[in-house]
Design a protein around this ligand. Sequence first.
Ligand code: SF4
Length: 300
Amino acid sequence: MIADEIRELATEQGAVILAHNYERPEVQDVADFLGDSLELAIRAKETTADVIVFCGVDFMAETAKILNPDRKVLLPAREATCPLAAALTADMVREAKARHPDAAVVLYVNSTAACKAEADITCTSANAVDVVESLPEEEVLFGPDANLAHFVQRHLPEKRIVPLPSEGHCPVHLTFDIADVEAGHARGDAVVCHPECSPEVQAAADLVASTGGMVREAPRCGAWTVLTEEAMAYRLSRLYPDAAFHIVEGAACEDMKKTGCDDILHALRTGEYDVQVDAAVAARARRAIERMIALPGRSR
Ligand code: SF4
């Protein structure tokens, strides 16, 4: 079986396999650790493995490499990218900083290494509110997800959050609408949505949470409609087999689905694709990521 071959090779090579909650079920099953971006960034920082196989999209593997410059980080599917991260460039961040010289810059980990190098601190959907709250600046340039920026603004009305760019969105979470919330309620479910969903969906849902927050909150629910990438329901069902998790069919991230078990096997056999980040960019980006990881606080 391919899963056995992967596990054997990973052990031989001292490799750890990390996978995001949105990965295919068979990839989740073969991973050592599953998690959201924050949990995986912390795992990547703490691991002593010689090789990190990162099943996710490119910015996640880049983050692991930035935190582990001396380790080999492999992205099994080279073409797995993120359209949300691609919506923001380092030039755009620099221009915004020039226009808002007193503002802090907080960038979601769903951004390129070059953008992170321009940030004061990074955040994930799990800790975005805590990160912004920790800063002394009243004005905060926040990107690239405008809906997550809205979520932070709603929790911290004393801050002035400037979305950067003004319309950066995850195409998967943009597909949900009020009808999906109503359908969940009509089924008798509680509805949980990710903070990348629209402000209207956030307002109508019973809970807004990161995927890590969903894992922690799920034991308190009997039945949930889960408004995030569809693979999350697989993760939740494995953890809590007695609960019911409903998804919206077709809410799939095509980039997260680009990694299959054959790609992981190929990565372990060949060492492809070895993630590289320019050393100067990585050093500046590392400061912003480590500042986030060092922050004490709650996760949502
Ligand atoms: S789910 Fe959205 S934010 Fe996450 S990788 Fe896919 S496109 Fe990017």
